[in-house]
Design a protein around this ligand. Structure first.
Ligand SMILES: NC(=O)c1ccc[n+]([C@@H]2O[C@H](COP(=O)([O-])OP(=O)(O)OC[C@H]3O[C@@H](n4cnc5c(N)ncnc54)[C@H](O)[C@@H]3O)[C@@H](O)[C@H]2O)c1
Length: 266
């Protein structure tokens, strides 16, 4: 799939960019003309992913970055400014999934989910807006939530709580940044089950909590619940993120964008 949203000259920082949805965002947004700072906690995979994109002639740089670390945000923003001299778009994509039923979950799991899925969004929005606001060019921030941030899903309560928080954190920031005149838009994106490593963890969890007898059956259950009859692909999400990043979305802020093949509509 080729993308045609115009991101010419825009500088974007994408977290969790070594694999899955984040890596596809790097590729699609760079193909749309953006200069991309791709960051991830996994340096080895991140360097490998970025090296592949560079062979396509894309303007992409990698920075090792734990998105839940305040010090690492200072490092990632400094690297972005040193490399590209500005920041226009932030994609808060890094996240983890921990399944299990509510009775099985423990406090450490909830705290870890909060740290990686929510503290990273707070730190990212704060770091990016601090740079974007005085730049005077506005900006666009996209936070990865999930359909599990909109509806109840067995085995997803702790993860879904963090994704529900991502949804509302985005709206509060959107309203505040707009009313205070920062010119920075903030939106959340809500994927259904996407065919990545994390998507596989979701299928395994359905087996582990006893709602499917095998990984294959779990996959078929999800496909059966999806009106469009397939799993999502990383490019389905990357296209939405490229659109929300572009000037074509200049009147869109505080919105929640479901990309789930109709799963939550059925
Ligand atoms: N795959 C799905 O079905 C699905 C559905 C809904 C929402 N999402 C959300 O989309 C985002 C991306 O999901 P994915 O499927 O590509 O996941 P993934 O597990 O395939 O990839 C996640 C990436 O994030 C990185 N990462 C993990 N912890 C990090 C940290 N502390 N700092 C920086 N990087 C870190 C990993 O190294 C990895 O490269 C996540 O926020 C996820 O919750 C995914």
């Amino acid at each position: 799939m080729r993308n045609s949203f115009n991101l010419d000259g825009k500088v974007v920082l994408i977290t969790g960019a070594a694999s899955g949805i984040g890596a596809k965002c790097v590729e699609v947004m760079a193909q749309c003309g953006a200069k991309v700072m791709a960051t991830d906690i996994d340096e080895q995979q991140g360097l490998k992913t970025v090296a592949e994109f560079k062979t396509q002639g894309l303007d992409v740089v990698f920075c090792q970055h734990d998105a839940s670390s305040s010090d690492d945000w200072d490092k990632a923003i400094a690297a972005t400014l040193a490399q590209f001299n500005r920041l226009d778009i932030l994609v808060n994509n890094a996240g983890i999934y921990i399944g299990g039923t509510l009775l099985e979950n423990n406090l450490e799991q909830l705290r870890l989910l909060n740290k990686i899925n929510i503290e990273s969004i707070f730190l990212g929005m704060k770091a990016a807006a601090t740079v974007m606001k005085p730049g005077g060019n506005g900006g666009s921030i996209i936070n990865l939530s999930s359909v599990a941030g909109l509806i109840g899903v067995s085995g997803h309560s702790a993860y879904g709580a963090t994704k529900g928080a991502a949804r509302l954190y985005s709206k509060h920031a959107a309203v505040e940044f707009a009313q205070l005149g920062y010119g920075i838009r903030v939106n959340s994106v809500h994927p259904g089950v996407i065919d990545t490593e994390m998507g596989g963890q979701v299928f395994q969890d359905l087996v582990d909590i006893g709602l499917a007898s095998s990984f294959g059956e779990a996959k078929n259950i999800v496909i059966g619940m999806t009106p469009l009859g397939r799993l999502g692909k990383s490019e389905d999400i990357a296209s939405m993120i490229a659109f929300l990043s572009s000037d074509a979305a200049s009147f869109i802020t505080g919105g929640e964008f479901v990309v789930d093949g109709g799963l939550t509509a059925a």
